[in-house]
Write a protein that binds this ligand. Structure first.
Ligand code: BTN
Length: 318
Protein backbone atom coordinates (compact mmCIF):
# COMPACT_ATOMS: atom_id res chain seq x y z
CA UNK A 1 0.00 0.00 0.00
CA UNK A 2 2.87 2.40 0.81
CA UNK A 3 4.12 1.97 -2.76
CA UNK A 4 0.69 2.94 -4.07
CA UNK A 5 0.48 6.00 -1.84
CA UNK A 6 3.90 7.16 -3.03
CA UNK A 7 3.00 6.45 -6.63
CA UNK A 8 -0.10 8.58 -6.31
CA UNK A 9 1.69 11.39 -4.47
CA UNK A 10 4.47 11.28 -7.06
CA UNK A 11 2.10 11.72 -9.96
CA UNK A 12 0.55 15.04 -9.06
CA UNK A 13 3.23 17.31 -7.75
CA UNK A 14 0.62 19.33 -5.94
CA UNK A 15 -1.30 18.73 -2.74
CA UNK A 16 -3.75 15.85 -2.66
CA UNK A 17 -6.43 15.76 -0.02
CA UNK A 18 -6.66 12.85 2.39
CA UNK A 19 -10.15 12.09 1.04
CA UNK A 20 -8.88 12.02 -2.53
CA UNK A 21 -6.02 9.65 -1.70
CA UNK A 22 -7.98 7.33 0.55
CA UNK A 23 -10.91 6.99 -1.85
CA UNK A 24 -8.57 6.51 -4.82
CA UNK A 25 -6.78 3.70 -2.98
CA UNK A 26 -9.85 2.30 -1.20
CA UNK A 27 -8.52 2.70 2.35
CA UNK A 28 -9.78 4.59 5.39
CA UNK A 29 -8.47 8.04 6.32
CA UNK A 30 -7.08 6.50 9.48
CA UNK A 31 -5.19 3.80 7.58
CA UNK A 32 -3.82 6.46 5.24
CA UNK A 33 -2.61 8.55 8.17
CA UNK A 34 -0.81 5.52 9.64
CA UNK A 35 0.90 4.73 6.31
CA UNK A 36 1.97 8.37 5.95
CA UNK A 37 3.50 8.28 9.43
CA UNK A 38 5.42 5.12 8.52
CA UNK A 39 6.68 6.71 5.32
CA UNK A 40 7.80 9.79 7.24
CA UNK A 41 9.63 7.53 9.69
CA UNK A 42 11.35 5.91 6.70
CA UNK A 43 12.61 9.35 5.61
CA UNK A 44 10.01 10.47 3.07
CA UNK A 45 9.38 14.16 3.54
CA UNK A 46 5.60 14.37 3.23
CA UNK A 47 4.06 17.65 4.29
CA UNK A 48 0.47 17.83 5.46
CA UNK A 49 -1.30 21.17 5.24
CA UNK A 50 -4.79 21.58 6.71
CA UNK A 51 -7.47 21.99 4.01
CA UNK A 52 -4.94 21.24 1.28
CA UNK A 53 -3.75 17.74 2.01
CA UNK A 54 -0.48 15.91 1.50
CA UNK A 55 2.49 16.57 -0.73
CA UNK A 56 5.68 14.59 -1.24
CA UNK A 57 8.59 17.02 -0.92
CA UNK A 58 11.52 14.65 -1.12
CA UNK A 59 12.53 11.01 -0.93
CA UNK A 60 15.29 9.55 1.19
CA UNK A 61 18.34 8.14 -0.55
CA UNK A 62 17.45 4.51 0.13
CA UNK A 63 17.37 1.43 -2.07
CA UNK A 64 14.08 0.19 -0.58
CA UNK A 65 12.82 -2.96 -2.27
CA UNK A 66 9.68 -1.28 -3.57
CA UNK A 67 11.65 1.64 -5.07
CA UNK A 68 13.92 -0.84 -6.87
CA UNK A 69 11.00 -2.98 -8.05
CA UNK A 70 9.08 0.00 -9.42
CA UNK A 71 9.68 0.30 -13.16
CA UNK A 72 12.35 -2.41 -13.10
CA UNK A 73 10.73 -4.33 -15.95
CA UNK A 74 12.76 -7.51 -15.68
CA UNK A 75 11.49 -11.02 -16.34
CA UNK A 76 13.01 -12.81 -13.36
CA UNK A 77 15.83 -10.81 -11.78
CA UNK A 78 14.64 -8.95 -8.68
CA UNK A 79 11.12 -10.39 -8.71
CA UNK A 80 11.73 -11.16 -5.05
CA UNK A 81 13.82 -8.62 -3.13
CA UNK A 82 14.98 -8.80 0.49
CA UNK A 83 16.04 -5.42 1.86
CA UNK A 84 17.90 -4.65 5.10
CA UNK A 85 19.29 -1.57 6.75
CA UNK A 86 22.29 -3.69 7.63
CA UNK A 87 23.43 -7.30 7.46
CA UNK A 88 26.65 -9.06 8.38
CA UNK A 89 26.98 -10.04 4.71
CA UNK A 90 24.37 -10.30 1.97
CA UNK A 91 26.20 -13.49 0.93
CA UNK A 92 25.25 -15.33 4.12
CA UNK A 93 21.55 -14.71 3.62
CA UNK A 94 21.68 -15.43 -0.12
CA UNK A 95 23.36 -18.79 0.54
CA UNK A 96 20.72 -19.64 3.15
CA UNK A 97 17.90 -18.61 0.81
CA UNK A 98 19.44 -20.66 -1.97
CA UNK A 99 19.55 -23.72 0.29
CA UNK A 100 15.92 -23.16 1.19
CA UNK A 101 14.95 -23.20 -2.49
CA UNK A 102 14.50 -19.49 -3.28
CA UNK A 103 13.96 -18.87 -6.97
CA UNK A 104 16.66 -17.78 -9.39
CA UNK A 105 16.62 -13.99 -9.57
CA UNK A 106 16.07 -13.53 -5.83
CA UNK A 107 17.95 -10.48 -4.65
CA UNK A 108 19.36 -9.56 -1.23
CA UNK A 109 20.14 -5.88 -0.64
CA UNK A 110 21.72 -4.23 2.37
CA UNK A 111 22.37 -0.53 3.03
CA UNK A 112 25.48 -1.55 4.95
CA UNK A 113 27.37 -4.67 5.96
CA UNK A 114 29.25 -5.32 9.17
CA UNK A 115 31.22 -8.25 7.73
CA UNK A 116 31.23 -7.65 3.99
CA UNK A 117 33.42 -10.27 2.34
CA UNK A 118 35.83 -9.80 -0.54
CA UNK A 119 37.81 -12.25 -2.63
CA UNK A 120 40.77 -14.15 -1.21
CA UNK A 121 39.57 -13.77 2.38
CA UNK A 122 39.57 -9.98 2.29
CA UNK A 123 36.85 -7.78 3.73
CA UNK A 124 34.64 -5.37 1.78
CA UNK A 125 34.20 -1.87 3.21
CA UNK A 126 30.42 -1.35 3.23
CA UNK A 127 29.50 2.03 4.75
CA UNK A 128 25.82 2.86 5.14
CA UNK A 129 23.88 4.42 2.25
CA UNK A 130 27.07 4.99 0.26
CA UNK A 131 27.31 1.92 -1.91
CA UNK A 132 25.38 -0.92 -3.44
CA UNK A 133 25.87 -4.24 -1.67
CA UNK A 134 23.90 -7.07 -3.18
CA UNK A 135 23.77 -10.81 -3.58
CA UNK A 136 21.82 -12.38 -6.39
CA UNK A 137 20.75 -16.00 -6.55
CA UNK A 138 20.99 -17.64 -9.97
CA UNK A 139 20.09 -21.18 -10.94
CA UNK A 140 21.83 -21.69 -14.28
CA UNK A 141 21.71 -25.00 -16.07
CA UNK A 142 25.46 -25.30 -16.45
CA UNK A 143 28.25 -27.52 -15.18
CA UNK A 144 30.03 -26.33 -12.02
CA UNK A 145 33.28 -25.80 -13.94
CA UNK A 146 31.49 -23.37 -16.30
CA UNK A 147 30.30 -21.16 -13.43
CA UNK A 148 33.08 -18.50 -13.70
CA UNK A 149 31.30 -17.22 -16.81
CA UNK A 150 28.65 -15.80 -14.45
CA UNK A 151 31.28 -13.70 -12.72
CA UNK A 152 32.54 -12.42 -16.07
CA UNK A 153 28.93 -11.71 -17.06
CA UNK A 154 28.46 -9.73 -13.85
CA UNK A 155 31.61 -7.67 -14.43
CA UNK A 156 30.45 -6.84 -17.96
CA UNK A 157 27.00 -5.89 -16.64
CA UNK A 158 28.48 -3.59 -13.98
CA UNK A 159 30.54 -1.78 -16.64
CA UNK A 160 27.54 -1.40 -18.93
CA UNK A 161 25.30 -0.09 -16.13
CA UNK A 162 27.89 2.43 -14.93
CA UNK A 163 28.43 3.68 -18.47
CA UNK A 164 24.70 4.08 -19.11
CA UNK A 165 24.00 5.95 -15.88
CA UNK A 166 27.15 8.07 -15.51
CA UNK A 167 28.83 8.08 -18.95
CA UNK A 168 32.04 6.99 -17.20
CA UNK A 169 34.01 4.25 -18.95
CA UNK A 170 34.95 1.49 -16.53
CA UNK A 171 37.24 -1.39 -17.40
CA UNK A 172 37.78 -4.86 -16.00
CA UNK A 173 40.95 -6.04 -14.35
CA UNK A 174 41.15 -9.82 -14.45
CA UNK A 175 39.41 -11.67 -13.02
CA UNK A 176 36.61 -9.35 -12.05
CA UNK A 177 37.60 -6.03 -10.55
CA UNK A 178 35.89 -3.05 -12.10
CA UNK A 179 38.21 -0.05 -12.36
CA UNK A 180 37.91 3.55 -13.41
CA UNK A 181 41.15 5.37 -14.12
CA UNK A 182 43.03 2.42 -12.62
CA UNK A 183 41.19 2.55 -9.30
CA UNK A 184 38.77 -0.09 -8.11
CA UNK A 185 35.12 0.92 -8.01
CA UNK A 186 33.43 -2.49 -7.79
CA UNK A 187 34.18 -6.10 -6.94
CA UNK A 188 32.44 -9.42 -7.36
CA UNK A 189 32.44 -12.48 -5.15
CA UNK A 190 30.78 -15.65 -6.39
CA UNK A 191 29.81 -18.54 -4.14
CA UNK A 192 28.29 -21.75 -5.40
CA UNK A 193 26.33 -24.73 -4.18
CA UNK A 194 26.89 -27.62 -6.57
CA UNK A 195 27.16 -31.34 -7.06
CA UNK A 196 29.73 -33.03 -9.29
CA UNK A 197 27.78 -32.42 -12.48
CA UNK A 198 25.13 -29.92 -11.51
CA UNK A 199 25.00 -26.38 -10.16
CA UNK A 200 22.24 -26.07 -7.58
CA UNK A 201 22.60 -22.34 -7.30
CA UNK A 202 25.14 -19.54 -7.44
CA UNK A 203 25.16 -16.43 -5.28
CA UNK A 204 26.73 -13.48 -7.07
CA UNK A 205 27.88 -10.82 -4.61
CA UNK A 206 28.48 -7.34 -5.94
CA UNK A 207 29.93 -4.41 -4.03
CA UNK A 208 29.95 -1.02 -5.73
CA UNK A 209 31.37 2.21 -4.34
CA UNK A 210 28.80 4.79 -5.38
CA UNK A 211 28.64 7.91 -3.23
CA UNK A 212 31.68 7.38 -1.03
CA UNK A 213 33.76 10.48 -0.41
CA UNK A 214 37.32 10.28 -1.64
CA UNK A 215 38.77 10.73 1.83
CA UNK A 216 36.97 7.63 3.14
CA UNK A 217 38.55 5.37 0.51
CA UNK A 218 42.00 3.81 0.31
CA UNK A 219 44.31 5.11 -2.42
CA UNK A 220 43.68 2.17 -4.79
CA UNK A 221 39.88 2.59 -4.60
CA UNK A 222 37.47 5.13 -6.00
CA UNK A 223 33.74 5.80 -6.13
CA UNK A 224 31.41 6.90 -8.88
CA UNK A 225 30.83 10.15 -7.02
CA UNK A 226 34.55 10.87 -7.01
CA UNK A 227 34.88 10.04 -10.70
CA UNK A 228 31.70 11.73 -11.91
CA UNK A 229 32.01 14.72 -9.59
CA UNK A 230 28.38 14.34 -8.48
CA UNK A 231 26.12 12.10 -6.42
CA UNK A 232 24.76 9.12 -8.33
CA UNK A 233 21.16 7.93 -7.87
CA UNK A 234 21.68 4.46 -6.41
CA UNK A 235 18.19 3.19 -7.26
CA UNK A 236 18.59 4.06 -10.95
CA UNK A 237 22.03 2.51 -11.10
CA UNK A 238 20.89 -0.64 -9.34
CA UNK A 239 17.90 -1.03 -11.66
CA UNK A 240 20.12 -0.62 -14.70
CA UNK A 241 22.55 -3.17 -13.28
CA UNK A 242 19.78 -5.72 -12.74
CA UNK A 243 18.45 -5.19 -16.27
CA UNK A 244 21.96 -5.59 -17.72
CA UNK A 245 22.55 -8.79 -15.75
CA UNK A 246 19.27 -10.21 -17.01
CA UNK A 247 19.97 -9.26 -20.65
CA UNK A 248 23.44 -10.77 -20.49
CA UNK A 249 22.05 -13.88 -18.82
CA UNK A 250 19.63 -14.34 -21.73
CA UNK A 251 22.50 -13.66 -24.14
CA UNK A 252 24.50 -16.41 -22.44
CA UNK A 253 21.57 -18.80 -22.76
CA UNK A 254 20.99 -17.92 -26.42
CA UNK A 255 24.49 -17.49 -27.80
CA UNK A 256 26.71 -19.23 -25.26
CA UNK A 257 29.76 -18.15 -23.28
CA UNK A 258 31.56 -16.78 -26.32
CA UNK A 259 29.17 -13.82 -26.58
CA UNK A 260 29.94 -12.82 -22.98
CA UNK A 261 33.68 -13.36 -23.42
CA UNK A 262 33.66 -11.05 -26.45
CA UNK A 263 32.11 -8.26 -24.39
CA UNK A 264 34.53 -8.98 -21.54
CA UNK A 265 37.53 -8.75 -23.89
CA UNK A 266 36.44 -5.35 -25.19
CA UNK A 267 36.25 -4.05 -21.60
CA UNK A 268 39.44 -5.70 -20.39
CA UNK A 269 42.26 -3.65 -18.98
CA UNK A 270 44.43 -6.73 -18.55
CA UNK A 271 44.62 -8.32 -21.99
CA UNK A 272 47.62 -7.27 -24.04
CA UNK A 273 49.46 -6.00 -20.95
CA UNK A 274 52.62 -7.18 -19.29
CA UNK A 275 51.43 -8.50 -15.94
CA UNK A 276 52.50 -10.19 -12.76
CA UNK A 277 49.92 -12.55 -11.28
CA UNK A 278 50.16 -13.53 -7.62
CA UNK A 279 48.48 -16.85 -6.83
CA UNK A 280 48.83 -19.50 -4.12
CA UNK A 281 52.01 -17.94 -2.66
CA UNK A 282 53.59 -17.94 -6.13
CA UNK A 283 53.71 -15.47 -8.93
CA UNK A 284 54.13 -15.56 -12.66
CA UNK A 285 55.13 -12.76 -15.00
CA UNK A 286 54.44 -12.40 -18.68
CA UNK A 287 52.06 -11.09 -21.27
CA UNK A 288 48.30 -11.53 -20.70
CA UNK A 289 47.23 -12.87 -24.07
CA UNK A 290 43.65 -14.01 -23.61
CA UNK A 291 41.01 -15.58 -21.39
CA UNK A 292 39.30 -18.92 -21.82
CA UNK A 293 35.56 -19.43 -21.71
CA UNK A 294 36.00 -20.66 -18.14
CA UNK A 295 37.57 -17.33 -17.18
CA UNK A 296 41.13 -18.68 -17.00
CA UNK A 297 43.82 -16.13 -17.86
CA UNK A 298 46.44 -17.17 -20.42
CA UNK A 299 49.92 -15.78 -19.77
CA UNK A 300 52.72 -15.98 -22.31
CA UNK A 301 55.92 -16.34 -20.31
CA UNK A 302 59.24 -14.90 -21.56
CA UNK A 303 60.13 -18.45 -22.67
CA UNK A 304 57.14 -18.37 -25.02
CA UNK A 305 55.25 -20.98 -23.02
CA UNK A 306 51.59 -20.27 -22.31
CA UNK A 307 50.51 -20.80 -18.72
CA UNK A 308 46.92 -20.80 -17.47
CA UNK A 309 45.97 -19.11 -14.19
CA UNK A 310 42.51 -19.56 -12.74
CA UNK A 311 42.63 -17.20 -9.77
CA UNK A 312 44.90 -14.62 -8.27
CA UNK A 313 45.78 -10.95 -8.12
CA UNK A 314 47.08 -9.08 -11.13
CA UNK A 315 49.53 -6.22 -11.22
CA UNK A 316 49.70 -4.44 -14.58
CA UNK A 317 53.02 -3.15 -15.85
CA UNK A 318 52.86 -1.79 -19.34
C1 BTN B 1 36.20 -8.39 -4.20
O1 BTN B 1 36.51 -7.60 -5.10
O2 BTN B 1 37.03 -8.80 -3.40
C2 BTN B 1 34.76 -8.85 -4.11
C3 BTN B 1 33.94 -7.94 -3.26
C4 BTN B 1 32.49 -8.36 -3.15
C5 BTN B 1 31.72 -7.53 -2.16
C6 BTN B 1 30.25 -7.80 -2.16
S1 BTN B 1 29.33 -6.61 -1.25
C7 BTN B 1 27.90 -7.57 -1.40
C8 BTN B 1 28.32 -9.01 -1.22
N1 BTN B 1 28.34 -9.36 0.18
C9 BTN B 1 29.58 -9.59 0.62
O3 BTN B 1 29.86 -9.89 1.80
N2 BTN B 1 30.45 -9.47 -0.37
C10 BTN B 1 29.80 -9.14 -1.62
Amino acid sequence: MKEKILEYLNKGHDYLSGDQISSHLGISRQALWKHIQDLKDAGYDIVAVPHLGYRLESKPDRIFAFEVARGLNTKFIGKKIYYFDYLASTMDLAMQLGMRGSAGGTLVLAESQTKGRGRLGRSWFSPKYKGIYLSLILRPEILPQASPILTLLSAVSICEAIKTITALEPQIKWPNDVLIHNKKVAGILTEMNAEADKVNFVAIGIGLNVNNDKKSLIAQATSLKEQAGAQVARVLLLQELLRRIENNYFLLEDKGARAIIEKWRSLSLTLGRHVKVYYQHKHIEGSAVDIDEDGTLLIRKPSGLIQKVSSGDVVHFR
